[in-house]
Ligand binder design. Structure first.
Ligand code: LLP
Length: 424
């Protein structure tokens, strides 16, 4: 079972902090995403505590990976705690800046930054470009020269380390599109040092997401530390090491190392370099700080199975169909203690619109509320309007209060975004 302590069942009814989910459902309708502000703050503080207490002699900066959940309420919460941002598009820079994250705490990753995005990032004065290729480096140099400014860069290094995670979210193997191969790194840094308006300042690595073991991090950081020594020998002034995304989370029964253990690995491998350490966690700050609440539309008895058909679909949460991801599925009201085995599915016209097969859930009927757990990260941000289903609203709870932090769009808004040319 997931450990989402801010979504407890109290007297068999599920709450988000002190607010009954059934109360939110009555006011907002289903489906909706629900985030616990307290959980987000706690997760952030745990990272901060673990890294600042362990890497005592070094400056550390948490740059929240905006892609995990870019809602303004989430970003503002983290901005107030002092977080920076790891972004991958101009849109994410704008989101981070709008929420009050200072430009000098923004690192910009991604394999295909285009000219206008680079220009925008430079005009904002971001802290660092995490450069993923030499052509990108050249483009950044050209844009910075044209704007008469200097771009601070790190190369994202592909260390060729297996992250032991799902193939679709593994990024640090040589066959992945990400980063500069570690074997070519010294050449790339020399090239960078020769280009105008480029300041070489760091090294970056990110080997994948939903890592449940420390060994791959340890191996990657070991390789990065050796590289930093080589680069310094080559005359580069390396003062920043960006160690990429954070730990995985418990979706079902995964044992996840503690943030303290993660920080200890970072210190052991990188502490002697005397660099500023940046970490870019996304999932571990938000994942278990959110749930997706839906209603049962029908319970349908098939030839061999019982289907629990929800009003939430793969368009709202794509992770099960895209990564075969497990999410716990819980009745919001557990008064009826009898467990039934269901295939839990959505309304979208695809067989892949399945959240779980042969899953035990408290016996449910049409109209009952069902919570899909661990949905705070890579949930709402990956949603679409496929099947012309409206994006689910997002709600944030803090203690006794809740607020809708993104409204459900109206049908008019969605349909009127299209236009018909007059030659039809
Ligand atoms: N930094 C970079 C450069 C990244 O590409 C990512 C995630 C992160 C940081 C944050 O990693 P985290 O701390 O969240 O593990 N949609 C997938 C996950 C994709 C992750 C992409 N990159 C999913 O739903 O599992």
């Amino acid at each position: 079972m997931t450990t989402q302590k801010h979504f407890p069942h109290i007297n068999d009814k599920m709450f988000a902090e002190n607010v009954a989910l059934s109360n939110i459902a009555r006011q907002v309708g289903t489906p909706f995403y629900c985030y616990s502000n307290t959980a987000i703050c706690q997760n952030y503080k745990d990272y901060q505590q673990a890294f600042s207490a362990t890497l005592v002699d070094q400056e550390t900066l948490i740059c929240y990976a905006v892609k995990a959940n870019g809602n303004q309420a989430v970003l503002s919460t983290l901005a107030k705690l002092g977080s920076g941002a790891d972004v991958v598009s101009e849109g994410e820079i704008r989101r981070a800046r709008t929420a009050g994250i200072p430009a000098n705490k923004i690192v910009y990753s991604g394999v295909a930054k285009i000219e206008s995005e680079i220009e925008y990032a430079l005009s904002e004065g971001i802290f660092q470009f995490n450069v993923e290729s030499e052509p990108e480096l050249e483009l950044i140099s050209q844009v910075a020269t044209r704007l008469k400014t200097v771009a601070a860069i790190a190369f994202r290094i592909n260390p060729d380390v297996c992250a032991n995670t799902h193939a679709k979210i593994s990024t640090g193997k040589s066959e992945n599109k990400f980063g500069v191969p570690i074997s070519k790194a010294r050449l790339a840094y020399n090239r960078a040092a020769s280009l105008p308006n480029i300041k070489v300042q760091g090294v970056d690595v990110h080997i994948g997401s939903q890592l449940t073991q420390l060994a791959p991090f340890e191996e990657a950081y070991k390789r990065i530390a050796l590289l930093v020594s080589d680069l310094r020998e080559d005359g580069h002034d390396i003062s920043v090491v960006d160690i990429g995304g954070g730990l995985g989370i418990t979706y079902s029964d995964e044992h996840i190392p503690s943030k303290q253990e993660y920080a200890t690995i970072a210190k052991a491998q990188l502490g002697h370099l005397n660099c500023k350490i940046i970490i870019e966690p996304g999932r571990s700050l938000l994942g278990n700080a959110g749930v997706l609440v839906s209603s049962v539309v029908f319970v349908k008895t098939g030839e061999e199975r019982q289907f629990l058909i929800l009003d939430v679909g793969m368009n709202d949460l794509i992770r099960p169909s895209m990564y075969e991801a497990h999410h716990d599925i819980l009745a919001v009201d557990k008064t009826n203690t009898e467990l039934k085995t269901y295939d839990v599915v959505g309304p979208v016209c695809e067989t892949g619109d399945t959240f779980a097969k042969a899953r035990q859930v408290n016996e449910s009927k049409s109209g009952d509320l069902i919570a899909i757990m661990s949905c705070g990260a890579y949930g709402a941000v990956m949603a679409s309007t496929y099947n012309t289903r409206m994006l689910a609203p997002e709600v944030m709870v803090k203690e006794n209060d809740f607020a809708v932090v993104r409204q459900r769009p109206t049908y008019e808004e969605v349909i009127n975004a299209d236009s018909v040319p007059n030659w039809i």
